[in-house]
Write a protein that binds this ligand. Structure first.
Ligand code: CAA
Length: 256
């Protein structure tokens, strides 16, 4: 299964499981993840989610193979799909903890940003490398990265496409804690267990209020992000950036 769900007491452990593509998110993966969240929500015994990835990545982003062929209309639809999922996580009635076990890049970092809390393994590498592909973050990264870190760091990381390691991610507030790889899942499950012991209604209401404080103007901004992402797919640089990634060669950008 590309996305697994395991019940660990009151915690739903959701694992992206397409390690051969570093858990890159195809439309099928996005649908599966949404279906797993529906299963968690329908189960009254589950009160917290831990989201992680199988293998050496949490998620290397949106599926570049899928996007390589896309024009602006398809790209806008793919951005909308990613937004729906990120909004589902952000608005999920229970807290979602992201255990960042390795790469969390592009759409993978954006999924992590939509979670309530991120904790990382020392092997994590996180960032928004989209400009290297001739596009921009299209699943909420232009809005959430600045809210989670700082406006200046978000600009630096998005403009330069530079990934950060776990210690820097901790310093800039992108993750709350760093653990050795073998201890990450236990740490995430322990935090989830602690939250699950609290009254679920109070935690859920607190989440809703925190979302209001941090994201009141988000829907309009995300609509603009979808359009900007789609427009990037009308450029030569997008075609070149994605072809270069798939052909494993450096891109030659022209600004067109
Ligand atoms: N989409 C599709 N396939 C991907 C992928 C992606 N985002 N990331 C990795 N893969 C695939 C590779 O093509 C490769 O497949 P094959 O073995 O069939 O060739 C496999 O996963 C393993 O990847 P690598 O051989 O590249 O592994 P590596 O260890 O050498 O490098 C990496 C790891 C640095 C993460 C590198 O894979 C990479 O840079 N990936 C792309 C990261 C990226 O740019 N993400 C942003 C995507 S755009 C986006 O997400 C837009 C948005 O905002 C919605």
């Amino acid at each position: 299964m590309p996305v697994d769900l395991e019940r660990r007491g009151p915690v739903g452990l959701v694992t992206l499981n397409r390690p051969e593509a570093l858990n890159a998110l195809s439309p099928e993966m996005l649908d599966q993840l949404a279906a797993r969240l529906d299963e968690v929500e329908a189960d009254p015994g589950l009160r917290v989610v831990v989201l992680t990835g199988a293998g050496k990545a949490f998620c290397a982003g949106a599926d570049i193979r899928h996007m390589g062929q896309a024009g602006p209309v398809e790209a806008r639809a793919f951005a909308a799909l990613g937004h729906r999922l990120a909004d589902r996580i952000a608005g999920f009635p229970h807290p979602v903890i992201c255990a960042v076990n390795g790469y969390a890049l592009g759409g993978g970092c954006e999924l992590a940003l939509a979670c309530d809390i991120r904790i990382a393994s020392t092997a994590a590498r996180m960032g928004q490398p989209e400009v290297n592909l001739g596009v921009l973050p299209g699943w909420g990264g232009t809005q959430r990265l600045a809210r989670v870190t700082s406006p200046g760091m978000a600009r630096e990381l998005i403009y330069t496409a530079r990934p950060v390691g776990a210690e820097e991610a901790l310093r800039i507030g992108l993750v709350n804690a760093v653990h050795p790889p073998e201890a990450l899942l236990d740490a995430a499950l322990a935090m989830a267990g602690e939250i699950a012991e609290r009254p679920a209604g109070a935690v859920s209401a607190a989440k809703e209020m925190l979302n209001l404080a941090l994201g009141a103007d988000m829907p309009a901004a995300l609509a603009r992000e979808r359009d900007a992402f789609a427009l990037a797919f009308a450029t030569e640089d997008q075609k070149e950036g994605m072809a270069a990634f798939l052909e494993r060669r450096p891109a030659r950008f022209t600004g067109r």
